[in-house]
Design a protein around this ligand. Structure first.
Ligand SMILES: [Zn+2]
Length: 230
């Protein structure tokens, strides 16, 4: 997980914004992405980025890409040597791995994509490559928490229907959505038993970007890769 620290972006995107789609200086984003790739020991194009659209599209990665992968919210691969990145600023970045099968995934699971089923779609693509849900380890990255994520009652009911267990009350006592809880339940229903949650709330933690707190703002990244030295 990256944070806001250490990059080249000026306010309000300061400083380690990794999204090319939020209005930041493209040269700063490129420099930040190259810093990240270098820190991982990868070539500048060794991290694969998505142009995320809150949908359910999954792309199976078979090699490096020199541009953001269009219209996709999940990347899956069994190839070592390049990293899969998901951008977030309140949505849940989800990282998945079946180490035995050597298959990984990175998923952008905001409210819309999660309701539409992006996570089951990614797990299906991983199982097509030989992974098994019961062998997967999943990390739900930092996101806006249920105490902060106020929604209308209709939206809460829609999310609860797709993701049972997600409905909650915010700290203000209004209808809320807890995506970490809802996605955990969805994963368990799919046979995934190893689910870890990064408890940081993007809305509350100034080290992370939050779309709901600050607009415009940047995006941090959750990144996963298969080590080719193994
Ligand atoms: Zn919160």
């Amino acid at each position: 997980m990256t944070t806001r620290d250490g990059g080249h972006s000026a306010a309000p995107f300061d400083a380690f914004n990794l999204s090319g789609g939020v209005g930041d200086d493209p040269a700063a984003v490129t420099a930040n992405r190259e810093m990240l790739a270098g820190a991982l020991g990868l070539a500048p194009n060794g991290v694969l980025w998505m142009h995320q659209v809150h949908g359910t599209g999954v792309t199976v990665v078979e090699g490096p890409a020199d541009a953001d992968i269009a219209d996709t919210d999940a990347l899956v691969t069994n190839r070592p040597g390049h990293a899969l990145a998901v951008l977030a600023a309140d949505c849940v970045p989800v990282l998945l791995a079946d180490e035995q099968a050597g298959v990984i995934g990175a998923v952008h699971a905001g409210r819309e994509g999660a309701v539409a089923g992006v996570l089951p779609a990614a797990i299906k693509a991983m199982t097509d490559l030989g992974a098994r849900p019961e062998a997967m380890e999943v990390l739900l990255g930092p996101a806006i928490c249920g105490g902060c994520y106020e929604v209308g009652g209709y939206v809460q009911a829609e999310v609860q229907e797709a993701l049972p267990g997600s409905a909650c009350r915010t700290r203000a006592g209004t209808p809320g959505v807890d995506l970490h809880q809802g996605l955990t339940g969805q994963l368990r229903a799919l046979g995934v038993t190893s689910v870890a949650i990064d408890p940081r709330c993007t809305y509350e933690d100034p080290d992370l970007y939050s779309h709901r707190r600050d607009q415009p703002t940047g995006r941090f990244a959750a990144v996963t890769w298969l080590d080719d030295s193994a």
